[in-house]
Design a protein around this ligand. Sequence first.
Ligand code: LLP
Length: 413
Amino acid sequence: MLNESIRYHHDQLHCDQVALEDIIKSVGTPVYIYSLPRTLSNLTRIQRAFAAVQPHIHYSAKANSNLAVLKTLVEAGIGIDVVSRGEIQRSLLAGARPANIVFAGVGKTADEIRYALEIGVGWFNVENVAELAFINATAKPFQKPRVALRLNPDIPAPTHRHIATGHKGAKFGLSIATVKDILSQRHTYSNVDIAGLHIHIGSQLHNTEATQQAIEIALDCIRPYPDIRTLNIGGGLAVAYSQDDPVPDWETFAAAVTPLLTGYDVILEPGRSIIADAGILAMTVLYTKEQATERFLITDASMAELIRPALYEAHHEIIPVRRESDRDESRYHIVGPICESADALGHDVPLPALQSGEYLAALTAGAYGMVMASNYNQRLRPPEVVVERDGKTWRIARQRETWDDLVRNDVVV
Ligand code: LLP
């Protein structure tokens, strides 16, 4: 969706004060473009909404782990939430202090756990009894790591089934009974400090009630242990992908949950809410096609660059980079070059008649876009451009992959 940074100016789509056409002409398409001003203003809005509990914010690097984005957020003073050694390494490269890293994940390997202990991450979010036992056994020579137990509160999250994580049958977290059991014998885990609980019932949450219930269950688990003061309530703040997307705004979300959290140390792990609407995917129309009753625009972006529509039937607004109001509008399927019928970025998108060579932008693509891109069909992963904090200058933050990159790891005999 359009916002203060991604907007038309004299009918030309801009990212802050930079015309997208300038970037496209220099870098080519497909290309991801992120507004750092919008990224920072999203962070400020979250901080303001949750001000009553002064949360520690750990940006969820899985949403977008571009180094320029990470560095900007680290410099703004927040921590990072990671789920792999790769994300830890990127966070460190971006300047994060290990103590400001929260290490989560349902399947941490022994190597990853050892590495995280060596560098001294701030928290382990633990999801498995065997994982807890391993961390405890391995942590002896190191400074006692803090552990938050990830609770599976058995609450169906109000979101797409692929991104719901808090129901009983999910692979995530520890059941209420297991959490209570661990807490009752937590002193047997003498090399770690079990100092908090973690919940994350899902992403893009469409109401606040499910999170309120989950927090109440978590509070109930720790009530007998007054020295446990930290509650990590995960991510999940939703973003509107269209005008009529019925999502609670962050102020409403915060107003619903902060009264429950007073007196606790609160950790938030927002990913999507910080970066989704700061990013766009720009593409070029390669061909037009009319077949049976359908009209297609075939673009040089595909499900390999933005898989959300194919994977979750997610909606992204797709708009022309140059707005020309005198052209007739029709409805188009926006499809890519990949040999799959699922390879569509949008259906029935109202657009003016475009010619090959003209540009389109998929909006709200900053989160779970580039990080989920693949080389399927041996495509090159696209470059990432950032518009700097001044809103005027831009630079390539990651180059487009090359044909050599595609064969770099092949072993040819
Ligand atoms: N914390 C944990 C433990 C998580 O699993 C996630 C996201 C987050 C924080 C960040 O959540 P957010 O603030 O972004 O909602 N690929 C999907 C989304 C997957 C979310 C995975 N976990 C999509 O494109 O919608």
